[in-house]
Design a protein around this ligand. Sequence first.
Ligand code: PLP
Length: 378
Amino acid sequence: MTFDPETTTFLIAGPVRIHPRVLRAMSMPSLNHRGDYFHGIVAEIRELLPVLFGAKGHQLVLSGSGTAGLEAVYSALVPRDRRTLVLSNGNFGERTDQIVRRYSSRVTTLTAPWGQPLGADAVATELAAGDVGAVCVVHNETSVGLANDLAPIAAAVRRSGALFLVDGISAVAGIPVDLDGWGIDAIVAGSQKGLAAPAGLALVHLSDRAVAALHPGTFYLDLAAHLKSLEKNDTPWTPAVPLFLALREALVLLREEGLARRLERTHRLADATRSAVDALGLSLFPDRAHASDTVTAVRNPDGMGDPELRKVLEREYNVLVQGGQGALTGKIFRIGHMGIADWPDLLVTVAALERILGKAGRLPAPGAALRAVVDRMP
Ligand code: PLP
């Protein structure tokens, strides 16, 4: 078998596989983005967004990848006159730090080693030092396959009165996020992750408090301007029209499945993946107690790097998983199992991994990893 992008088993950490209904939804002739038909689509999207976020609020769609949403939020909500606390324990935490530092000169960065969770106590201690106006955190660190435990961190932030700004790009519709209960003021989702729409849209949820605190940030991504246009089911500039069509269909699919059921399926797939990793004789990269349900990061076995593992999966078995980022390049591989990923995807991937490790004489118990997945199927 050779790699074929149209038929590949596609389990990278996002973009994820897209349902044919969503693909077909984009196949429309050009639409007038200032016309009634398109405004009707935007109106439907507005009605459907609470299905994605699991809560109501000020919710909007930006044309641009997840980072556009992050830049929109940080540029408009990071205070100019007070400190911002950035929490970082992976590649995307470091990215947060870079973005926030573009918009503030008063940034304190609290780090944990990559693969280790951020502790609420350290956050509380830093908040107690005073004058923190906003706290920024990545909920699910895609780069290391780790979900930060947001509830206790959120409680500390709430007590301090600071704005709580969350990168939820690989968390939303993949792991439980309690926007109201945790007091999240802004969260950004990416269209290409748990929602299983094409890449290129950022979905943003803002609390009342966040909307009241907005100050001018970037021009193109001005959240206040987007919210104002949205009142008329409009956008300030030309939106990515085909992606909006895809977004509507992906949201309808999510509503049909139900957010709770999507989270449950994602969790079961993650649990099965972790069990398969054990049975393959491999080990997880992150602290197991905090392993992410949307992406599993696995250490490459000794002596087997990307050329011996990930590239063989791609070339021989038409299976795509993702490599490591930054310092982890060649050291880990990551299996994404969010969105509409399902059991057949996982079975093929685990079977191929068994075969590769078996041929290399590195498989402790043939069949055990597949058994681990089968035993966890519904
Ligand atoms: N933050 C997290 C947690 C991510 O997983 C990603 C992408 O994988 C990003 C930010 C960047 O998003 P994008 O590449 O859509 O701009």
